[in-house]
Design a binder for this molecule. Structure first.
Ligand code: SAM
Length: 245
């Protein structure tokens, strides 16, 4: 259970109204019942129900069951798409160990009316569901241009570009207007951030700017054009396979 409260030896943790309903009505836990708690910074703790009521209660930490684990330093930047698919991207990014999730507004972004608080709740539920102790922060949406202007160049920006050939051999045989080739994702060093575009992809102007930046590493996810949510899951998985822990 995720709680927004410090955890430690013999620490009492107040139970929120929502959690009281879930723990005492839905799960039917009584005084003395055991729960596992995490808050994103103090690891996972065993706790017992010390007091319960209709609108709240108290949990008492009895011992740490797992130390805090921080994910590898990988961010996901993505252009929001339809609500259900945006929710899916955030949920899967949290499950796949993204350290930060940054929605970005691009030239062809379909929908930039995202609810940051709702997306943050999805990330929290995903972390809870997969037994993680870390909840990636989800930022408010910002324009891609603004994000690039303030970029710390020590972080590689892994630009997933479907117009890129997967390897040099493919493009060598092809016509002269063949798109640029990409380096394999496995060669993108950490810290890194993966950038996935919206349903309409990136505009020519965005693509040209991204390709000219020294910290950008262009990758292909294969010859098929993937939906943005599939591309996000595929890129995160590939990066974790090569660089993650
Ligand atoms: N521009 C395309 C179009 O409208 O036909 C489609 C964009 S695709 C649905 C959404 C995003 O997923 C792209 O901007 C890119 O970041 C990523 N993507 C999809 N397939 C990819 C591939 N094969 N290689 C690299 N990135 C890919």
């Amino acid at each position: 259970l995720y709680v927004d409260h410090p955890l430690g030896e013999a620490q009492s943790v107040p139970v929120s109204r929502d959690h009281a309903n879930y723990l005492f009505n839905v799960m039917r836990l009584g005084v003395g019942a055991k729960v596992a708690l995490f808050n994103g910074t103090d690891g996972e703790w065993r706790a017992e129900v010390a007091a319960k009521g209709k609108r709240g209660g108290v949990l008492l930490c009895t011992g740490q069951s797992a130390p805090q684990r921080m994910p590898p330093d990988l961010w996901l930047l993505f252009a929001p798409i339809k609500k259900a698919r945006t929710d899916f991207i955030v949920e899967k990014a949290a499950e796949l160990g993204a350290a930060r999730i940054l929605p970005v507004r691009t030239d062809y972004t379909n929908s930039d009316r995202i609810r940051q608080d709702k997306l943050q709740a999805h990330a929290m539920e995903a972390a809870e569901q997969c037994g993680g102790t870390y909840v990636p922060p989800v930022s408010e949406i910002r324009s891609l241009a603004e994000v690039l202007d303030g970029w710390d160049e020590s972080r590689v920006l892994v630009f997933a570009d479907e117009t890129t050939a997967a390897d040099a051999a493919t493009s060598a045989d092809a016509a002269s207007d063949e798109p640029a080739t990409s380096a394999p994702l496995s060669r993108a060093p950490a810290p890194a951030a993966i950038l996935i575009g919206p349903e309409g992809g990136f505009s020519e102007a965005e693509r040209a700017r991204l390709r000219a930046l020294p910290f950008v590493h262009v990758i292909s996810l294969g010859p098929r054009i993937l939906r943005a949510d599939t591309a996000a899951v595929a890129a995160l998985t590939l990066w974790q396979e090569h660089q993650g822990d």
